[in-house]
Ligand binder design. Structure first.
Ligand SMILES: Nc1nc2c(c(=O)[nH]1)N[C@H]1C(S)=C(S)[C@@H](COP(=O)(O)OP(=O)(O)OC[C@H]3O[C@@H](n4cnc5c(=O)[nH]c(N)nc54)[C@H](O)[C@@H]3O)O[C@H]1N2
Ligand SMILES: Nc1nc2c(c(=O)[nH]1)N[C@H]1C(S)=C(S)[C@@H](COP(=O)(O)OP(=O)(O)OC[C@H]3O[C@@H](n4cnc5c(=O)[nH]c(N)nc54)[C@H](O)[C@@H]3O)O[C@H]1N2
Ligand SMILES: [Mo]
Length: 761
């Protein structure tokens, strides 16, 4: 059976999809200059055996009822009817709600879901828990930028302004002499943007900028973090040591009289404190280039030459999300800003500081004049929160106090967690610990389209449709195309969309009208589209009626071009246009942060030794970065994701010297291990990664041989078995999963095939 192609959209691009029997033909949006190969992960997805076909209940929960249970992750599942599943979920929600109130329910439900704005699963869960259950314990910030999004408002302004509106690619191509990218600008990352990304323009802009003379410099342990088109340089440094390197650079600039003192005096507060720290006036430790060289592995001469090169140039400094997804992750984010300020660059065209350029397709883009409406969330009746990556801490330590951004909060006692649109057994660190944490719950409910490890730890699994099986609207604030996401296929087996499931539960709990407001999914799409029309009409912009939009499949929205940025106005007149910081200036020293009294994040940027560093037992750094062949764990069974594996296993790249020292040949199955567990992967030898560093991307579905083992062995290659579950600092409590330390050896045990994509019993 072949159908006509329909328009659809994913976080990694817009496309046309056409049924070819059970498979799909996926053709990129014709206006996309550089479409993402991730689109091909959809090809065989619709009927993949890993899909969840019907509602399932964990045997232990069914037989013994709700309660803490060590069998989670290792139990069998029993198929039930939708009628029974909904009745049990509604009953359990009522039980927990009556006995513990919203404070007993965790509804954070972190995760990327799919691109459609209405069926956005988190929005659906949150609206449901607010309108039906009176609220829930929420999570704040993201795994992406847990440290930066808390730090930046204290020192320069909010994340959106500094990352999404910091600079445009046009400006870089026209003005930047040097783009100094900590963590690089890998195209694998900017092919993705939440809500959709219809035009991939980074490659073209980098080529254009390089041709005009922009020098791209990637500071990273991996050469592959800068694409060939940038024609740039690779400066290899030890993972987690950027802060020391930047302090070394600042010392050289000061010693050589190359700092822009007029800028620092007029636009910043705290430069004297920074200088005093560098000179060791606080503690006798002089942080000069020699000191930095010892830590970061770049020679003091090279640090000196590098610092001097930056002087007198239009320099843009950017720091990837990756650097702050680590212990003391605030420090490189803060120091990147200080470096740009010391060079006098903020507010100049193509210069200054922008956060996380290239880490997502949103950054460096123009913004739509108005945004597409979001599903209203209702009101949360309680104000209980955790920083998102503290989930396991919360479940394991109810009632325990913790620090966060100047507040002393307490972990609530959670009885029921509700997850839709996220995969904690992908995104969280130390998966054995996460399993222990989830075993504390009375009940875990998950809506999923496929049998991810998170679904396999749930008590009740409700089969959710994939984006391809429903109508929605795809749009992002940085994408000028609004896409009518038309269904390609009927729902798989018994799958239902999240909205339909929640509507049914709301009905059973007597709150249907509050949740649905009398609308079906199409009704909401029309309602939101009408709101968009009204917002645009206020700017004298007309767009077609909904029916025409739906038929066309895509419309173009007006954008605002460069200019009107906070930082430019601030540069023009810092008194008239102060920054939204307590001093109105760039805060090299923050009295607010100093006032919190955190040893692990004082009032100005510092170097702090991390708890994790290579030692005799774990001599290698592991970089667990974003995968090139998929978005996180989504569609890991997809065609393109599988094409990047070897023998079905994830590929771990390591330096040829490190491999030779261990008798490892290209293609060997290797075992990465530390105190938290063991992971198998296929070895790929390369010299494009610095010695002492190995790299295994995230996203291979967790596939433990014995799920209940204290130190599990994952056959498939999920690095979060190995990463450490600690907050970035008391200030931000972000995720620190990007890097950890491991040992590697050729695997000597019995090799069993990967079973991650075979549904549980
Ligand atoms: N070690 C390490 N860990 C990391 C990172 C790292 O760099 N290193 N990066 C972190 C970062 S930045 C992030 S953002 C997180 C990402 O972590 P997640 O966002 O949790 O990862 P995804 O794989 O995108 O999970 C989305 C899930 O939602 C499901 N889904 C999609 N659409 C729908 C829908 O409509 N309804 C329902 N019910 N389900 C749906 C998908 O099947 C998938 O399982 O990972 C973090 N974890
Ligand atoms: N294809 C694809 N693209 C994605 C995603 C995906 O899953 N797949 N996820 C998206 C999401 S949600 C996010 S938040 C962004 C994340 O954006 P990032 O966090 O920036 O992405 P990563 O790939 O984890 O890291 C970028 C690079 O930083 C380098 N790096 C790691 N540690 C260090 C260090 O200590 N110092 C220096 N100098 N460099 C270091 C690594 O070599 C790594 O390749 O990516 C987005 N883009
Ligand atoms: Mo992220």
């Amino acid at each position: 059976m072949t159908q006509k192609p329909v328009m659809h959209s994913a976080h990694w691009g817009a496309f046309h999809a056409q049924r070819e029997g059970e498979h799909l033909r996926v053709t990129p949006f014709p206006r996309d200059p550089d479409p993402s190969p991730l689109l091909q992960n959809f090809r065989h997805a619709l009927h993949h055996p890993a899909r969840v076909a019907r509602p399932m209940v964990r045997r232990g929960w069914l037989e013994n009822g709700p309660g803490p249970d060590q069998r989670r992750g290792a139990d069998e599942y029993v198929a039930v009817s939708w009628e029974e599943a909904c009745q049990r979920v509604a009953q359990e929600l009522k039980r927990v709600g009556d006995a513990h109130g919203p404070a007993g329910i965790f509804g954070g439900s972190y995760g990327w879901s799919s691109a459609g704005r209405f069926h956005h699963a988190q929005s659906q869960v949150h609206r449901f828990l607010n309108t039906v259950m009176g609220g829930y314990v929420r999570s704040v910030n993201s795994y992406s930028s847990g440290a930066a999004s808390v730090l930046l408002p204290h020192i320069v302004g909010d994340m959106t302004e500094i990352a999404r509106r910091g600079v445009s690619w046009e400006e870089i191509a026209a003005h930047s002499d040097i783009v100094l990218a900590f963590g690089g600008l890998a195209l694998k990352n900017s092919q993705v943007a939440s809500g959709g990304l219809s035009e991939h323009t980074e490659r073209g802009f980098m080529r254009q900028a390089a041709q005009r003379g922009t020098r791209f410099i990637s500071v990273s342990p991996l050469k592959s973090d800068l694409p060939d088109e940038a024609q740039g340089e690779w400066l290899a440094l030890r993972p987690g040591t950027d802060a020391a390197f930047m302090l070394g650079l600042l010392s050289v600039l000061i010693a050589d009289g190359l700092t822009d003192e007029a800028f620092l005096a007029r636009y910043c507060v705290g430069w004297p404190e920074m200088v005093a720290y560098l000179r060791g006036e606080e503690d006798g430790v002089v942080r000069d280039a020699r000191w930095a060289a010892e830590i970061c592995g770049i020679s003091s001469e090279a640090i000196g030459t590098f610092a001097r090169r930056l002087h007198g140039k239009r320099v843009l400094v950017t720091v990837a999300h990756a650097l702050q997804r680590a212990e003391h992750g605030e420090q490189p984010v803060w120091l990147g800003l200080v470096l740009a300020a010391a060079l006098g660059q903020p507010g100049l065209p193509g210069g200054g500081y922008t956060y996380a350029l290239g880490a997502l397709g949103h950054y460096g883009k123009h913004h739509n004049l108005v945004s597409f409406p979001a599903l209203p969330q209702g009101k949360n009746g309680i104000d209980r929160l955790i920083p998102v990556a503290r989930i396991a801490d919360m479940l394991l330590n109810p009632g325990t106090p913790f620090d966060y951004n100047g507040r002393r909060l307490t972990y609530p006692h959670i009885r029921l967690a509700y997850w839709a649109g996220g995969n904690p057994f992908h995104h969280h660190q130390d998966l054995a610990r996460l399993r222990r944490a989830f075993c504390q719950l009375d009940t875990l409910i998950v809506h999923e389209s496929a049998w991810t490890a998170s679904a396999r730890h749930a008590d009740i699994v409700l089969p959710a449709t994939m984006t391809l099986e429903r109508e929605d609207i795809g749009g992002a604030p940085t994408d000028r195309h609004l896409v009518a996401m038309q269904p390609v296929a009927a729902p798989y087996a018994e799958a239902k969309d999240d909205y339909t499931i929640f509507s049914e539960l709301a009905r059973r709990l007597g709150r249907e009208e509050a949740f649905t407001e009398g609308r079906d999914a199409r009704g909401w799409l029309q309602h939101h589209y009408r709101q968009l029309q009204e917002k645009l009409a206020a700017h004298q912009v007309t767009i077609p009626e909904f029916g025409q939009f739906w038929q066309q499949g895509v419309i173009e929205l007006p954008q605002v071009k460069d200019g009107g940025r906070m930082i430019n106005a601030f540069r023009a007149d810092p008194e008239a246009a102060p920054l939204p910081t307590p001093s109105g200036k760039i805060e090299i020293f923050s009295a607010t942060i100093a006032g919190f009294g955190y040893e692990n994040c004082p009032g100005h940027p510092v170097w702090r030794e991390p708890q994790q560093k290579p030692d005799a037992d774990h001599p290698l750094w592991l970089i667990a970065n974003q995968p090139a062949t998929r978005l996180h764990s989504q569609l890991d069974f997809g065609e393109y994701s599988l094409s990047g594996k070897r023998g079905g296993r994830e590929v771990c790249r390591l330096n040829s010297q490190d491999a030779a020292a261990r008798g490892i040949a290209d293609g060997d199955i290797i075992e990465l291990y530390n105190d938290r567990g063991h992971v198998l992967a296929a070895a790929r030898l390369t010299d494009a990664i610095m010695p002492g560093v190995v790299q295994l991307p995230t996203g291979a579905w967790y596939d433990p041989v014995d799920p209940t083992a204290a130190r599990p062995l994952c056959r498939h290659g999920n690095p979060n078995v190995l990463t450490l579950d600690i907050g970035t600092s008391s200030l931000t409590q972000g995720c620190s999963g990007q890097i950890t330390v491991v040992q590697v050896r050729k695997f000597a045990g019995e090799v069993t095939p990967v079973q991650a994509f075979i549904p549980p019993q």
